[in-house]
Design a protein around this ligand. Structure first.
Ligand SMILES: [Zn+2]
Length: 205
């Protein structure tokens, strides 16, 4: 769980999501990154994962070699991903998030693909990952954050029946208050990537 000025979050036991790569490296150096599997073991640097090139907005790319870590207690290994990126996706959290926002505002997958300059098949695949169960999950991720940051805003945000729109509103409000309260300069989509633990879209299958 991530509450307030959080630096890391995780899904399952193999993936750790960090607000930034630099922050994760600092936590590793300081011995303050804990194992998500056994909960107590200290994680140490353990090489890197495969290098990836990820598409960002405006035609730019981000190159990343994700840090691999190993637990000193249980020997399990974990990949650390910056929250600006999504595991197993070739587009950044901001690109995928923007597509979801367009969907929430009523655009179809073809129109979204044109607006964000991505293949129709890619956008269609993303939108198929928005099952009711997944929407509930990201809504809960956002709710936990926003209730901890500003309960009044949570109360003021009404669900008008558009579940995706509501979930994104809650997540955006949480990012707003996190940035405001803790003077964070991380882009809102990065914080939303952190809250949703690297799973803005449901995992395949
Ligand atoms: Zn461990």
């Amino acid at each position: 769980m991530v509450i307030g000025k959080a630096d890391v979050s995780w899904t399952g036991s193999t993936l750790i999501v960090a607000r930034t790569t630099e922050l994760a490296e600092q936590l590793l150096t300081d011995g303050e990154l804990r194992c998500p599997l056994c909960n107590t073991g200290q994680l140490v640097a353990w090489g890197y994962g495969r290098q990836r090139i990820v598409r960002d907005r405006d035609g730019t790319t981000v190159t990343l070699r994700p840090r691999r870590t190993r637990c000193r207690s249980c020997s399990s290994t974990h990949i650390v991903m910056p929250a600006a990126l999504q595991p197993r996706h070739a587009d950044t959290t901001a690109v995928i998030g923007t597509a979801l926002l367009h969907k929430a505002n009523g655009l179809g997958h073809r129109r979204i693909a044109t607006v964000i300059d991505r293949p129709v098949s890619t956008v269609r695949r993303w939108l198929r990952r928005l099952s009711p169960a997944h929407l509930e999950r990201i809504y809960q991720d956002g709710t936990r954050q926003l209730l901890a940051l500003d309960p009044d805003t949570f109360t003021a945000l009404r669900n008008t029946g558009n579940t995706l729109h509501h979930a994104l509103s809650i997540l955006s409000a949480a990012a707003y208050w996190d940035r405001h309260r803790y003077a964070l300069d991380d882009p809102p989509w990065t914080l939303i990537g952190l809250y949703t633990r690297g799973r803005l879209l449901a995992a395949p299958g």
